[in-house]
Design a protein around this ligand. Structure first.
Ligand code: ADP
Ligand code: MG
Length: 254
């Protein structure tokens, strides 16, 4: 099943990945819409992370194809046939990433972490720093720009991770258990900011989560078991406060 109301941004067809004799993905067909928030759920080991990594061009599937459809901000690409250099460019310029941990450099300040991502996507240092500061301020971190990641709380660090992912205005943001290490009220705030900064400006969020309260706030829920999609349903998102108005996100950044 696909969400026919939205134009597609990514299509995957028969995506298969195995490690030795074990199938991590056993043939996944999925069409992801522009502007949707898609939750990927399923038991541990069901292939969620592997699917996310294939869709994002981090790993290459054994079989199947993944296509990125063209938008006014990015060209069409066949992700599965790109060489490493092309996939790196996609990851830096078109996709954004928020993981449970690991993408931020602990020895750099919040500002430098975000500015570095902007520079890797091609901005000059002064512009990168300006955009980084603006994003961190929007996410409530104005007081923490010059703190190292190690000096921040888990929720603050995840806000830096969101700023880092969004400073390049990605077309698709991939998040793997982004609130997995947070308490429930911090998790809820971080998710609000993640949704507002992605779907709030019309871009797509793909989020792997174990948490039904996270999934309940997404517009679509896909469930995996043993490397296959076992259910795919549209969802009426619950409890989304629009703390950050989408129009704020359209201004300023590229
Ligand atoms: P999930 O994110 O749903 O917990 P994963 O996608 O991480 O699941 O893993 C799916 C299956 O693939 C599991 O059986 C896991 O052990 C296996 N797997 C994932 N990555 C690797 C790897 N790099 N090497 C060997 N097996 C792997
Ligand atoms: Mg996983």
């Amino acid at each position: 099943m696909t969400n026919t109301q939205l134009p597609a941004i990514i299509t995957s067809s028969n995506v298969t990945k195995h490690y030795n004799q074990t199938y991590a993905l056993a043939g996944v067909d999925l069409t992801i819409g522009l502007g949707e928030s898609l939750a990927i759920m399923g038991p541990s080991g069901s292939g969620k992370t592997t699917l996310l990594h294939c869709l994002a061009g981090i790993i290459r599937p054994d079989e199947g194809t993944i296509r990125l459809l063209p938008t006014d901000r990015s060209a069409a690409a066949e992700v599965t046939s790109l060489k490493e250099k092309g996939r790196t460019a996609l990851r830096r310029e078109v996709f954004g990433f928020v993981f449970q941990q690991g993408l931020l450099l602990p020895e750099l300040t919040a500002l430098d972490n975000v500015a570095l991502a902007a520079m890797l996507s091609g901005l000059k240092r002064t512009d990168a720093t300006e955009h980084a500061r603006a994003w961190l301020q929007r996410l409530g971190l104005a007081e923490h720009l010059n703190k190292r990641i190690g000096q921040l709380s888990g929720g603050q660090a995840q806000r830096v991770a969101i700023a880092r992912a969004q400073v390049t205005q990605p077309v698709v943001t991939f998040a793997d258990e982004p609130t997995g290490a947070l308490d429930s009220s911090t998790s809820s705030e971080v998710l609000s900011e993640l949704l507002a900064s992605t779907t709030g400006r019309g871009s797509t969020l793909v989020v792997v989560t174990h948490d039904e309260t996270v999934a309940a706030r997404c517009s679509r829920i896909v469930r995996l078991a043993d490397g296959r999609i076992v259910s795919d349903s549209a969802n009426q998102p619950m409890g989304n406060d629009q703390r950050v108005q989408s129009s704020q996100y359209v201004q300023n950044n590229r």
